[in-house]
Write a protein that binds this ligand. Structure first.
Ligand SMILES: [Zn+2]
Ligand SMILES: [Zn+2]
Length: 365
């Protein structure tokens, strides 16, 4: 067993969330309860309360006019921060700063070696951009964390892997012209939010070949998702040699999620967590920072996030491991059609594209 992991939790995560769905807001509280009921905390993890992010932290990656707009809307307390997805409410500014504060705190803890692994379920708000909210994301905590890691801790090679069911469009935009490796696996079709994230989006200039998208069809099963991950990501990380690994673990790819319609299971999330944990130990001394993200079936999200945190914390063994096993899906939905060939073609196209840009990353690709 390794050193304990940090579960980052600000008390306001238990109040209303950033989505417009009241039943979904409880997913953070449910996750904390499961992590305590299973005994992951205190046996394998520690709850860390983060400070709110300062306005200066936000201004490093967001326009001043946008930050002021959110602050004003937070006082006004009604309306939307974008064109009808992301609601304003009294205190939305502080709530959004807590999410960013959690990711900054996690980045500091891992960069300073206080913990090897940290998980901020309140973070992962990957649709937010420099000057706009989007898809229930107000401030992009991942971009703020990357800025901190570069500026204060001199990290240069930072890899971001995004498992949310939706494309990481906001995060991609931040680093499109930079050598920050940004990998997103997501459901993709032109009519599915946000509509971006095809294989052809690979970055520009200095960042050419450092944006990587794995677009997947609706109804992709956990097995095919894992196969695509295994074909693309480990070789890419071995080539990039990150100093720290950041992972957005939105759980809306689960088959119970009402919005996305991918067919991942809790077992898929455990397998993904075990893989990124192994890769972090192989390439970056174990430095692994996890974020939450989407997920609109709250009890499902809580089980996924608990299993993920257990997997990276070494809590899959013994009495605690037994309780974690009981959280897994009892049923599993089978994909209604075989998508193997279609996904294989996408993965081959992606590997060929990356090999053409960088030389051989993938053998025989
Ligand atoms: Zn570890
Ligand atoms: Zn999502």
């Amino acid at each position: 067993m390794s050193s304990p992991s940090a579960f980052i939790f600000h008390p306001v995560y238990e109040d209303r969330g950033l989505s417009p769905f009241p039943s979904v807001w409880q997913r953070y509280r449910l996750t904390r309860e499961l992590i305590e009921q299973t005994g992951i905390v205190p046996s394998y993890g520690v709850v860390e309360k983060p400070p709110l992010a300062d306005v200066e932290d936000l201004l490093r990656v967001h326009d001043e006019a946008y930050v002021s707009f959110v602050r004003e809307m937070s006082v006004k307390g009604t309306g939307y921060l974008d064109y009808g997805d992301t609601p304003a409410f009294p205190g939305v500014f502080e709530r959004a700063r807590a999410s960013v504060g959690g990711s900054l705190w996690g980045a500091r803890l891992v960069a300073e070696g206080k913990y090897l692994h940290a998980f901020n379920p309140g973070g992962g708000l990957h649709h937010a951009r420099r000057d706009s909210a989007g898809g229930f994301c107000v401030f992009n905590d991942i971009a703020v964390a990357v800025d901190l890691l570069r500026r204060e801790y001199s990290f240069e090679r930072i890899a971001i892997v995004d498992f949310d069911g939706h494309h990481a469009d906001g995060t991609q935009e931040y680093f499109y012209k930079e050598r920050i490796l940004t990998v997103s696996l997501h459901r993709f079709d032109p009519f599915f939010y946000p509509g971006t994230g095809d294989v052809s989006e690979v970055g520009e200039g200095e960042g050419y070949g450092y944006t990587v998208n794995v677009p997947l069809p609706a109804r992709t099963s956990g097995d095919l998702y894992l196969k695509a991950f295994d074909e693309v990501v480990p070789s890419l990380l071995a080539w990039y040699r990150p100093e720290i690994l950041l992972v957005q673990f939105g759980a809306d790819g689960h088959f119970r999620d009402p919005l996305v319609r991918l067919y991942l299971t809790t077992w898929t999330y455990q397998a993904l967590a075990e893989r990124v944990h192994d890769l972090a130990h192989r390439h970056c001394g174990g430095r692994l920072l996890l974020f939450g993200g989407g997920g609109y079936s709250p009890e499902t999200v809580a089980r996924c996030w608990t299993v993920i945190f257990a997997a990276v914390s070494g809590a899959l063994e013994g009495e605690v491991g037994e309780k974690v096993r009981n959280l897994h899906d009892a049923d599993m939905r089978n994909p209604s059609q075989d998508l193997t060939e279609r996904i294989d073609k996408t993965v081959e196209r992606l590997k060929r594209t990356l090999n053409e840009i960088h030389g051989e990353i993938y053998e025989g690709g």
